[in-house]
Design a protein around this ligand. Sequence first.
Ligand SMILES: Cc1cc2nc3c(=O)[nH]c(=O)nc-3n(C[C@H](O)[C@H](O)[C@H](O)COP(=O)(O)OP(=O)(O)OC[C@H]3O[C@@H](n4cnc5c(N)ncnc54)[C@H](O)[C@@H]3O)c2cc1C
Length: 409
Amino acid sequence: MVDFTLTDEQKDLRELAHNFAEKEIRPVAWEYDKEGTWPQEIIDKAWEVGLMNTHTPEAYGGPGLDYLSGCLIEEEFGWGCSGIGTSLAANGLASAPVAIGGTEETKKKYLGMLIEEPKLASFCLTEPDAGSDVSGMKTRAVKKGDKYILNGSKCFITNGGYADWFTVYAKTDPDQGHRGISAFVVDGKQDNVTVDKKEDKMGQRASNTATITFDEVEVPAENLLGEENHGFKLAMMTLDRTRPGVAAMAVGIARAAFEFASEYSKERVQFGVPIAMHQAIQFLIADMATKVDAGRLLTWLSAVQLDQGKRNTLACSEAKRFAADSAMEVTTDAVQVYGGYGFIKEYPVEKLMRDAKIMQLYEGTSQIQRLVIAREVLLPRTIEETIPEAEAKGREADQKVAETAPAAA
Ligand SMILES: Cc1cc2nc3c(=O)[nH]c(=O)nc-3n(C[C@H](O)[C@H](O)[C@H](O)COP(=O)(O)OP(=O)(O)OC[C@H]3O[C@@H](n4cnc5c(N)ncnc54)[C@H](O)[C@@H]3O)c2cc1C
């Protein structure tokens, strides 16, 4: 039997996240968007009430929440403001490779740091010449004694300007394409790690997006995550775990746009009746509602598969692709329902339409999600091993599961 009932704990958590979004995020969202204001106060409050670092295992001081619970929180963040929500959720992206591939000491130190104080961490994969195809990255890590020397530049790094540490992907074997990439944890507060550029963005303007340059940075060998040259697999495993949350955030944006448009359609009178009485508007509203609900169902499926210890690569790409494209469609239609007012910044849906666009781009574009989906359905994998079994057997087995991961980020 398929049961969509949330547990009492999940319902409480969703209520907590909704109240937080309603009271702390929504009231400042449009103002923060205007100037691209960094939401430090909101980060501090979210950390205080336990809405950050939700997947950090209890062993390292975190709440160790399930992935479905994470999605409930991220939908509410997206509903409140996905720019602020992205700032709140990005620690999860940086932490996942550490949780999967870090040694006990590394996990204690770096995951623990985020639990002890409202600190931030960033995930550094993308480079100017290596976006969808990360195999083209130029950042290098060369082993010298008990250290690696790191050189290179990463762009579009969420929270990059404020991060205390980074998960950095670098080539350790440059001739091996994606099989020559390794992942490291790198301390952010050192002289030769510099924040070069803060991007001025179309949407999600309250989130920080920066270029980070590593110049002869010494990284202790124990900060290598997993095995040398297995960084690409680690990145793919990370994205399987974080894409459900991104999909949830897209559902939240779409839900906000749907709610604004529905209310407006009941108030705005043209041709003597509320525009909601015109069937053309009803059909837009009907499609919006359907896309929000369908996006949420796929998102929950992709999270529940993870919680059940199953590989969710297909479901999370389907969820991310559908929820992101739906958010773009729903917000665009919300502007249509508002008519000319929808195009004006004073009205709420203009921001939502700008914010929705990034959902089709980061953590793998919608085209890349389709590549993954096509590969998963045309070449179904035979490997039966589940995530808990792999984790129980240690990192080596976990990497084996990832061996079959799609070669596109
Ligand atoms: C606001 C923001 C925050 C971000 N945060 C982070 C972060 O925290 N960490 C991080 O590492 N990165 C981050 N990124 C980077 C993001 O993940 C990349 O921008 C994204 O993966 C796409 O890479 P690209 O921009 O180089 O586009 P490209 O890869 O150059 O793609 C350009 C276009 O070509 C299409 N395309 C490319 N290859 C194919 C193909 N094989 N088949 C079909 N179409 C294809 C793409 O879908 C896209 O439409 C962020 C980006 C932004 C804008």
